[in-house]
Design a protein around this ligand. Sequence first.
Ligand code: XLS
Ligand code: NI
Ligand code: NI
Length: 448
Amino acid sequence: MNASAKFFDASAPVAFAGENAGQGPAFRWYDRDRMVHGRRLEDHLRFAVCYWHSLCWPGGDPFGGETFLRPWHHGTDAMAQARAKADVAFELFRLLDVPYFTFHDVDAAPEGASLAESVANLNAIADLFEAKMASAKVRLLWGTANLFTHRRYMAGAATNPDPEIFTYAAGQVRAALEVTHRLGGQNYVLWGGREGYETLLNTDLKRELDQLGRFVALVVEHKHRIGFKGPILIEPKPKEPTKHQYDFDVATCYGFLERYDLLKDVKLNIEQNHAILAGHSFHHEVALAEALGVFGSLDINRGDDLLGWDTDQFAMNVPELALVFHEILNRGGFTSGGLNFDAKIRRQSIDPDDLIHAHVGSMDACARAFLAAADMLDAGALTAPLAKRYEGWSGPEGRAILGGQRSLADLADRALQPGFDPQPRSGRQEYLESLVNRHVWRSADGTG
Ligand code: XLS
Ligand code: NI
Ligand code: NI
């Protein structure tokens, strides 16, 4: 039985219908073939549906259980349930006409009684994915292994006090990386959800960081051994489920990668909700990753400003997204990365088609924001004032200072010259904020 045929109301892929589209699901801004800066919008945004939130999450929260009652969550044959879930997943990919998806090993296939059984289950579902992908458009943006749900990982995977847990995690990652490679994955993600601590009273920080550095190095070595071309991505998040996670934020991850000599092979997968949990803005995290040369991909979602946890809601905030895309497009756009919907519908959104509305709404918000970003870049709205603000550093004196041709005494002597009296200039913040708004408000044809 093909469970997907009757799961969603919609049967035809959601189409682009422009700003005046009617009530049903339609793209108002995401015109995938529209050319922007020499590439199709679809090739810029590289949307990916994520398996875990959209297909695996039952709608529970810490105070209540499942609300969605998905048919594939109920049954006695775990592999049959996994196949039914895959049918619905590929139907969702087809209806959204997305170019990519993402999954953890345990999202796709049930864990067995041993690692060998789990790996066999994963490979069997990977065969099914491969067969489905042969006649579908969807490709794999990235794969990953879940090293945080099972109780064996309660004290961490790579950072566990027990090397045998580290070894088990290595077995899981080898299988997930090889499956990702087989399915043509563009990246491989390591999110260290349990790589942190609950209390320093039982934690050897130095040792755990060394273990984590070694684990990531092992994954890099194996990626080269099997010829996997994509980058390994680590994912900054400050806390939750741990009290403190070692991948705290972009700056911390950069320091970690530098210390363990991993900068060549590892980039960052940045998520809005994790940025705000770390006390940063999404814009800050992306701008810093771009500045440090470690930007990889985005988990596109949003957190709630009033809740201090990872609510992983669908991204809908156009001005916020516009600034993030401006940062990325200004550095040439995505390479192997993309926009992964690490986002879940709210637990009251119990209709199957809520999944369609969520993705379509967020894809439109991203498209709208991306067009505004491209428009800002074309007009030099932010880049021109920025260049002007720093122009002194491109002059002969600025270059001499940065080039090491001036000592502290040289600078002091110059500052002591009679009449040396540099004047401050306006930072023009409100003017720039208004400029951003003007670009966000412009309509699709560039007018308005
Ligand atoms: C959880 C993480 C997770 C990773 C993949 O907070 O964002 O979903 O993206 O393991
Ligand atoms: Ni994520
Ligand atoms: Ni999250």
